[in-house]
Design a binder for this molecule. Structure first.
Ligand SMILES: *[C@@H]1O[C@H](CO)[C@@H](O)[C@H](O)[C@H]1NC(C)=O
Ligand SMILES: *[C@@H]1O[C@H](CO)[C@@H](O)[C@H](O)[C@H]1NC(C)=O
Ligand SMILES: *[C@@H]1O[C@H](CO)[C@@H](O)[C@H](O)[C@H]1NC(C)=O
Ligand SMILES: *[C@@H]1O[C@H](CO)[C@@H](O)[C@H](O)[C@H]1NC(C)=O
Length: 456
């Protein structure tokens, strides 16, 4: 009886505030109130159904709007990432431009009073100029990219403003049009990102020492296919006689030593050239040329396969030895194995690998002897090879799988602790992870984006 009374009270309240019971108004407005049912104990029940239908559809719209906003925020984040990368490259370009201009001036000056100079100096300078000449169109292209990002940023800002403004009056705006604008922006952004993220290695900067731990030889890495928020670190000390992988939830946990899990692999590994890719560890099984795919989620081996003809157990290691015969790596394109075979006279063979089945999809034979390579890593389908693991090491040779061509190059990097036993590119961070004599270090890389222009 008391409950019925409060139901009546509620009705009264609703009427006072300008709401009416469902029978007096259409189903599209107001609240709906039902009352005077009895529960098993004989008490009266009052049920208020709210919000009503129209409000429900408003809710659906706000949900869609929220999703749109989230999308825009996601895009903003992507742009921030792009922008960060671009800024970094841009500084490099600016410096280079200044250098080039300086050189040009010097060149002119020297030309002016060349009688006072020996011909050789003059010739040296002229050659240096000629070397730099092809870079000019690249620099021009680069400026176009920077503009593109500025434009994207503005579009996002505009769109966010529109979205924020209409949050109050949802029904008023043409949702379809808004949706189309977001989709179009997203497509263009994705196109832009794929164009911008691939390029040619120009420079390696750093290193930053993240941690000092372990033996002289080992491997550490993050998964390039997970989001930056789920940035687990995997740590595999030593090149032989070990099968314990340590996991840390983040770089800072890694630095402080707060281990989150350890995995006991079913087989020992060989070398230090493992890779974590899309939640699985790919590694070379000890004393074999078998590649293992191990899932961290299930703790199971998902696939294993022989890498045909690949030398193993110090037949074709890198210069430092350590059973580093088979190097597994990932880049923007996918998963790769780098090794050497008798058939290719001990020179490096590059194979693209199916990440599910470990089958070789395609192979390229290079002319670079694996035993003379310090390390190698893949960026955008191009393999970069260093000439040593010791002081003075530099990136010395590159092989493009797209063009099936090679090039001798000269990109120095600072081998701070004098002995590198692992060097691998992470496409998400656009960084090189290295194990440098018991130090875990990171290098940044600068890529030049040589772009096929379309609508821009
Ligand atoms: C935004 O990004 C997050 C994390 O990457 C993702 O879970 C979410 O689905 C994205 N939202 C939209 C609307 O794309
Ligand atoms: C963003 O809005 C400003 C001012 O309304 C406009 O001038 C500009 O063209 C818009 N930019 C884009 C990329 O739509
Ligand atoms: C990553 O793994 C998921 C399933 O776990 C799969 O759907 C996706 O295609 C994989 N991505 C790549 C690039 O292999
Ligand atoms: C790489 O560049 C980013 C952005 O400029 C910077 O925050 C980071 O510290 C750099 N890392 C290394 C290893 O130099």
């Amino acid at each position: 009886m008391k409950a019925l009374f409060s139901a009546l009270n509620l009705l009264l309240l609703l009427m006072l505030f300008g709401f009416y019971p469902s029978m007096t108004i259409g189903p599209k407005e107001g609240w709906q109130v039902y009352s005077s049912a009895q529960d098993p104990d004989g008490r009266c029940i009052c049920t208020v159904v709210a919000p009503e239908q129209n409000l429900c559809s408003r809710d659906a719209k706000s949900k869609q709007l929220r999703q749109l906003l989230e999308k825009v925020q996601n895009m903003s984040q992507s742009i921030e990432v792009l922008n960060l990368r671009t800024q970094r490259d841009f500084q490099y370009v600016l410096k280079m431009e200044t250098q080039m201009t300086g050189l040009k001036d010097k060149f002119r000056q020297i030309e002016d009073d060349r009688k006072t100079l020996m011909t050789k100096h003059f010739q040296d300078l002229k050659e240096k100029m000629d070397e730099l000449q092809p870079l000019i169109p690249v620099l021009e292209q680069y400026k176009t990219d920077a503009k593109l990002i500025v434009q994207f940023k503005e579009e996002i800002r505009n769109l966010t403003a529109v979205l924020t403004a209409i949050q109050e009056e949802i029904g008023a705006y043409d949702y379809e049009e808004l949706h189309l604008r977001v989709i179009s922006l997203e497509t263009r952004l994705r196109g832009c990102m794929t164009k911008l993220t691939c390029g040619k290695l120009m420079k390696i900067s750093g290193p930053i020492t993240i941690k000092t731990s372990g033996t002289r030889f080992g491997a550490w890495m993050t998964d390039p296919l997970t989001s930056e928020r789920n940035n687990r670190v995997w740590y595999m000390d030593s090149y032989t006689n070990n099968k314990i992988v340590r996991e840390y939830k983040s770089i800072s946990d890694f630095v402080s030593g707060a281990e989150s899990r350890t995995y006991n692999l079913p087989f020992k590994w060989a070398g230090t050239n493992h890779v974590v890719y899309n939640g699985s560890l790919y590694y070379n099984k000890y004393q074999s040329n078998i590649v293992i795919k191990y899932s961290f989620d299930t703790g199971r081996v998902l696939a294993q396969r022989t890498l045909e003809y690949a030398g193993f157990h110090n037949v074709y290691p890198y210069t430092w030895g350590g059973f580093s015969d088979i190097d597994l790596m990932a880049d923007e394109i996918g998963l790769w194995a780098v090794y050497a075979t008798n058939q290719n006279a001990g020179n490096i063979v590059i194979s693209q690998i199916d990440a599910q089945t470990l089958e070789v999809l395609q192979s390229w034979s290079t002319g670079y002897p694996k035993r003379s390579a310090g390390e190698s890593f893949m960026i955008c389908g191009t393999l970069y090879v260093t000439n040593s693991h010791l002081t003075g090491a530099k990136v010395y040779y590159s092989y493009s799988t797209k063009a099936s061509t090679y090039e001798y190059i000269d990109i120095p990097f600072h081998n701070q602790y004098f002995h590198i036993s692992m060097l691998d590119y992470n496409a998400r961070d656009r960084a090189l992870y290295a194990w440098n004599n018991g130090h875990q270090v990171l290098f940044n890389v600068t890529l030049f984006h040589i772009i096929k222009t379309d609508d821009m």
